[in-house]
Design a protein around this ligand. Structure first.
Ligand code: TRP
Length: 347
C-alpha cells in the first residue's frame, strides 16, 4: 500500500484533530476507549481470499483541551473537512444525528471514525455512534428509532429475536454508518454478549443468511481456547444492513477480544494463524502487518493483537485483525493464564 501510505497518514492526522498534536511523551489527556492504553487510534487489517488486504483505522478526534464536548466539536469540524475533501454524503448521518449527539453525551464515547484504506481507491469513511449515549436504559429504544428512520424498521424483530435474548447481558454497543449515499451505505448494529457461550453466538449469527455455524464455533474455540462461557471482555455481534434489506441483515460479523483470552501476544499470534488456516487464508499478509507495528517481542506483552473479527456469509468470508499502536503503553503478559482461561473452558 506504499502508494496510499502518505495520504492515509495525512488522513489520520486530520481525523485526530488538534489533540493529535500533543507529544506522546506527555501521556494521554483523555482516556480514549479506542485502545486499552488510551491511544485514540487502533489499526486493523481485513483479509479475504483472493483480495487485497484493507487497512482501517478507528480514530477518536480530540480537542486540544479534551473533554466530551470539545472532542465532539472537534469530530464535527473534522467531518466538515473530510466532507469537502472526499465528497462524502452525510445524508444517512443527518437522519439520526439528533438521536446520537445529545448536548450531554454519556458513556464510553460519542463519535468515532473508521478510515478505510484500499489500494488504488479513495479512502472510505464510516462513523461509529454510541447507543448508550443517553444512558444504558435508552440504548434499545435509540437503535430501534434509528433503524426506523433509516428505512430498516422491519429488521428490528430479527435482531432482537436472535441477539438480544439474555436480559442485561446482551446489549447494543455500537451503531455505524457509511458516509456515502443511501443506495450504497451500510448500516451496522453491534450487540455485546456478556458471558456468552457458543450456542448464544450461533443463534445471533443465524439471523444472517449463509452463515457457516461450524466455522463460527471452531473459530470461537480457537480464539478463546475453550467453548465458553466467555467471561472476559464480551464477544460482540454485528449485523450489516444494505439498502433494500427488509427481514434479515445481509451480513454477520463476530468480534472476539482475543487479548482477554490469551497469556501474551505470542499466544494470540499462534491463534490467529490457526484461525487463518481454518479459513484457508495465507498468513503472510498478517505476519507483515504484525511485523510492521510490533516494537517489542510478542511474549513481552498482551493486547498488541486486540481483537479478531470474523465475517461470515456474503459477500465472502474473511477475518480482520485489530492491532494496537501501544503508543502510550504495553499491558504486561498475564501470569495467571490458567486461572483466566478456566472461565473460557468451563462448560
Ligand atoms: N476498545 C474498545 C473495546 O475493546 C472499542 C473497540 C476498539 C472495539 N476496536 C474494536 C470493539 C474492535 C470491538 C472490535 O471494546
Amino acid at each position: 500500500m506504499s502508494a496510499s501510505s502518505q495520504r492515509a497518514a495525512k488522513l489520520l492526522s486530520a481525523a485526530l484533530g488538534s489533540g493529535g498534536l500533543r507529544p506522546l511523551a506527555q501521556g494521554p489527556l483523555w482516556p480514549s476507549g479506542v485502545a486499552d492504553d488510551h491511544s485514540p487510534v487502533e489499526f486493523s487489517v481485513a483479509f479475504a481470499e483472493n483480495e487485497p488486504s484493507i487497512v482501517r483505522m478507528i480514530v477518536e478526534s480530540l480537542g486540544s483541551h479534551p473533554h466530551r464536548g470539545s472532542n465532539l466539536a472537534e469530530a464535527i469540524g473534522v467531518l466538515d473537512v473530510l466532507n469537502r475533501e472526499f465528497d462524502l454524503d452525510p445524508g444517512q448521518l443527518d437522519l439520526v444525528r439528533d438521536l446520537f449527539l445529545p448536548p450531554d453525551p454519556q458513556g464510553l464515547f460519542t463519535f468515532w471514525y473508521s478510515l478505510i484504506i484500499r489500494p488504488g481507491a479513495a479512502p472510505a469513511i464510516k462513523v461509529y455512534l454510541n447507543p448508550e449515549v443517553r444512558g444504558r436504559a435508552r440504548a434499545t429504544g435509540l437503535v430501534r428509532e434509528a433503524l426506523t428512520r433509516l428505512g430498516l424498521g422491519k429488521v428490528y424483530p430479527t435482531v432482537a429475536g436472535h441477539a438480544l435474548r439474555r436480559d442485561q447481558l446482551d446489549r447494543f454497543s455500537f451503531f455505524a454508518l457509511d458516509l456515502v449515499d443511501q443506495q450504497r451505505a451500510r448500516v451496522k448494529t453491534y450487540v455485546s454478549h456478556d458471558g456468552a457461550a457458543i450456542p448464544d453466538i450461533a443463534r445471533a449469527a443465524a439471523a444472517a443468511p449463509g452463515v457457516d455455524a461450524e466455522l463460527l464455533s471452531d473459530v470461537c474455540e480457537l480464539a478463546c481456547g475453550g467453548t465458553g462461557p466467555f467471561t472476559g471482555r464480551p464477544l460482540m455481534s454485528s449485523y450489516t444492513f444494505l439498502s433494500g434489506d427488509t427481514g434479515r441483515p445481509s451480513g454477520y460479523s463476530l468480534y472476539i477480544p482475543i487479548r482477554d483470552y490469551v497469556r501474551d501476544d505470542l499466544e494470540a499470534c499462534e491463534r490467529v494463524h490457526a484461525i487463518m488456516a481454518r479459513y484457508g487464508l495465507d498468513p503472510a499478509p498478517f505476519d507483515r502487518a504484525l511485523a510492521s507495528i510490533a516494537r517489542r517481542p510478542l511474549a513481552e506483552g498482551v493486547g498488541l493483537i486486540a481483537h479478531v473479527s470474523l465475517r461470515l456469509g456474503k459477500p465472502r468470508p474473511g477475518i480482520t485483525v485489530y492491532l494496537s499502536s501501544e503508543a502510550y503503553g504495553v499491558t504486561p503478559p498475564r501470569s495467571n493464564a490458567r486461572a483466566d482461561l478456566e472461565g473460557a473452558v468451563r462448560t
